[in-house]
Design a protein around this ligand. Structure first.
Ligand code: NAD
Ligand code: WQD
Length: 340
């Protein structure tokens, strides 16, 4: 049985990926410092899969502890999710973001090199494209100046990985650029747990439906889009999780075409904020109280993915319908709020 180190594995995307990995027969070791997640997530993973992943609680910036982890486990490949991810917070705490997101990657790659662990999947983001000149956006599109320190950590991280692989061609990596992950596992045993007021659209929608928030604010209806609200490519988190298993397998089986590959992970379809609200209402029967307010600073107008490379090379496609995805988000919200 191959062992996959999942950093940030008690977090939102990491926990869904841990489930997919276990279901595909991998042994999972999670490292997380619980900065933005809770230990109970392990219970959810166990309830779904019947297996509890090994868990180590520490900060990956800690060199000694990370070195100890590689001594303790025989790791075959790494999926590196651990990072701080709040865009707005990164503007007010840039040093914490640069330190955490870059130091953890550097320490991890030093240990890959020292321990001959050759394969790493890296969580990147569509944020590296900024507002693309052409849509849908392909992997060949140039990166634009990052709009936040968080976004810049993803650009720098991709460069750190590429430079390291150039110098050490025995190492390999696949960077996955996620568009907007949403939804929860169909069991409603794991999902997204935003701390405080959600910054992302779908958690705000579900909390509004649950009565936790009075009103959703729609940031802008004067964009150059059919209904005036901004467009994103919302992808079901379980579809996203599956792509990680494919990427890991690709490297472990030596099927990667170069030692650094990068793929967009989206659906290929854009949805506006108003379309999301209406699809949620349709899927769940819940009315959303909302008002139109000014644009949010730093938001781009529209982006959606060209997914052909991931579809063709990985043989992977995000095919869960938006309504089904939104329903899982609502079922998760209901479960954590005890709504029946
Ligand atoms: P999350 O916050 O739910 O999960 C990240 C996990 O990493 C958390 O559990 C946190 O406690 C942990 N962590 C952070 N720093 C750590 C450190 N130094 N050492 C150990 N653990 C640490 O976030 P997520 O939504 O699951 O995102 C996972 C990855 O995907 C991140 O790299 C994020 O930047 C990237 N990403 C997320 C989105 C999104 O919208 N959710 C979009 C694109 C990319
Ligand atoms: C989606 C749309 C908002 C909340 C962020 C990061 C990006 C990536 C994904 C990590 C936008 C609108 C939102 C609300 C609203 N993360 N909105 N009312 O901004 O596309 O991307 O998450 O890499 O880097 O920037 O996602 O969910 O915040 O917003 O109208 O209360 O919903 O303006 O158009 P975003 P989001």
């Amino acid at each position: 049985m191959q062992t996959i180190l999942v950093t940030g594995g008690t977090g939102y995307i990491g926990s869904h990926t841990a489930v997919e990995l276990i279901e595909k027969g991998y042994h999972v070791v999670i490292v997380d410092n619980l900065l933005n997640s809770q230990i109970e997530v392990l219970d959810g993973i166990e309830a779904i899969t019947g297996k509890r992943p090994a868990f180590e609680e520490f900060d990956l910036c800690d060199r000694q502890k990370t070195a100890g982890l590689f001594r303790k486990y025989s790791i075959d490949a790494i999926i590196h999710f651990a990072a701080r991810k709040a865009v707005g917070e990164s503007v007010s705490m840039p040093l914490e973001y640069y330190h955490n997101n870059l130091e953890s990657l550097i320490v991890l790659m030093e240990n890959m090199k020292a321990n001959k662990v050759s394969s790493m999947v890296f969580s990147s983001s569509c944020t590296v494209y900024g507002q693309p000149d052409e849509l849908p956006v392909t992997e060949k599109a140039p990166t634009k100046k990052a709009l936040s320190p968080y976004g810049y950590t993803k650009q720098i991280a991709e460069d750190i990985i590429q430079d390291t692989l150039y110098a050490h061609p025995e190492l390999k990596s696949i960077a996955l650029r996620y568009f907007n992950p949403i939804g929860a596992h169909p069991s409603a045993l794991i999902g997204e747990l935003p701390l405080g007021v959600p910054q992302n659209l779908v958690p705000f929608v579900t909390q509004t439906a649950a009565g936790v928030r009075e009103k959703l604010r729609v940031f802008g209806n004067d964009y150059d889009t059919p209904d005036g609200s901004a467009i994103r490519d919302y992808i079901y988190v379980c579809d996203l999780a599956k792509a990680h298993v494919v990427a890991v397998k690709r490297m472990l089986e030596g099927k990667n075409k170069s030692n650094y590959e990068m793929f967009n992970l989206g659906t290929g379809t854009g949805s506006s904020v108003l379309e999301i609200i209406h699809a949620f209402e349709e899927a769940t029967g819940q009315k959303i109280n909302y008002e139109i307010v000014d644009r949010r600073e730093g938001d781009i107008e529209k982006v959606w993915a060209d997914t052909r490379l991931a579809n063709e090379e990985l043989g992977w496609k995000a095919d869960t319908p938006l309504e089904t995805t939104l329903l899982t988000a609502w079922q998760w919200e209901k479960r954590i709020r005890n709504i029946h």
